[in-house]
Design a protein around this ligand. Structure first.
Ligand code: PXL
Length: 267
């Protein structure tokens, strides 16, 4: 059968919870063929990242070209890009190869507030890559950095989404409320330049949330490759993440990963 193909451009998580590993499991669940360009290798477990090594930008580019020259992709997502050189190289290939339906998860700050990108890398993300995306999916911390606005409420999230839209020219901004407290948990703000939508799902009470951001952007890219329009792709992906959270895996001593293969689990 003809099967949609998706590309993830992201880092490896040795603990298997986030990054490339989460993306490929998410793609498989959505019955799309997953391909990958690895940007960095993290040594990591449920307690955190203990080491990270960048892949040379030309090797990242070679992976993207090898996939696109032969197989071709219907959509792509980016995750952890690590440094300014890799971001610039990825942006250039997206343009040169006219990669469609690009979802940029602007991984800069972990859910716990840990900074993963330096200022020059953030600048390249904002000026070179996000403008080429159909959708950018910042969490509250990343939305603060991209908009320059402190975010403490839904109204702040709405204002930030508008600033990011105007400053980058990206088609749609989705500000994720995952790291927010109280009633704002799990509430996301969508802004497409005309309409704002407030997207909600039920809150799942678990500490095992590792990989939620990666999983969301991967599921959106998979849905786009299958032909969903953008808002439908986002709503379906949110539902998938909520299900995966309710079957999250209690492994390791820290934050376990979400359960990507929940239909196969007997709870
Ligand atoms: O969730 C952000 C993220 C993305 N990709 C990789 C990661 C992390 C967070 O630790 O390790 C590879």
């Amino acid at each position: 059968p003809k099967i949609p193909v998706v590309l993830t451009i992201a880092g490896s998580d040795s603990g298997g919870g986030a990054g490339i590993q989460a993306d490929l499991r998410t793609f498989a669940f959505h019955c799309v063929h997953g391909t990958s360009a690895i940007t960095c290798v993290t040594a990591q477990n449920t307690l955190g990242v203990v080491g990270v090594e960048a892949i040379p930008p030309e090797v990242v580019v070679a992976q993207i070209n090898a996939v696109c020259d032969d197989i071709g992709v219907q959509s792509a997502k980016t995750g952890m890009l690590l440094n300014k050189e890799i971001i610039a190289a990825v942006a250039e290939q997206v343009e040169a190869l006219q990669i469609p339906n690009l979802v940029v998860d602007p991984v800069m700050v972990s859910r716990t507030g840990f900074q993963l990108l330096d200022d020059d890398a953030v600048k390249n993300l904002r000026n070179l890559l996000i403008p080429k995306a159909a959708l950018v999916t910042p969490n509250r911390y990343e939305a603060q950095i991209l908009s320059g606005l402190p975010i403490n409420s839904l109204d702040d999230m709405r204002a930030a989404s508008q600033i990011i839209h105007r400053n980058t020219g990206v088609k749609v901004v989705l500000v994720k409320g995952g790291g927010m407290q109280g009633s704002l948990r799990g509430v996301d703000i969508w802004f497409d330049g005309h309409h704002t939508e407030t997207l909600t799902t039920k809150h799942v009470d678990t500490k095992n949330t590792h990989g939620t951001g990666c999983t969301l952007s991967a599921a959106i890219a998979a849905n786009l490759a299958r032909g969903s329009d953008l808002i439908t792709a986002v709503k379906q992906a949110k539902e998938y993440v909520t299900n995966a959270l309710s079957y999250s895996l209690a492994i390791g001593k820290g934050q376990g990963p979400v359960g990507h293969f929940f239909p196969l689990l007997n709870k």
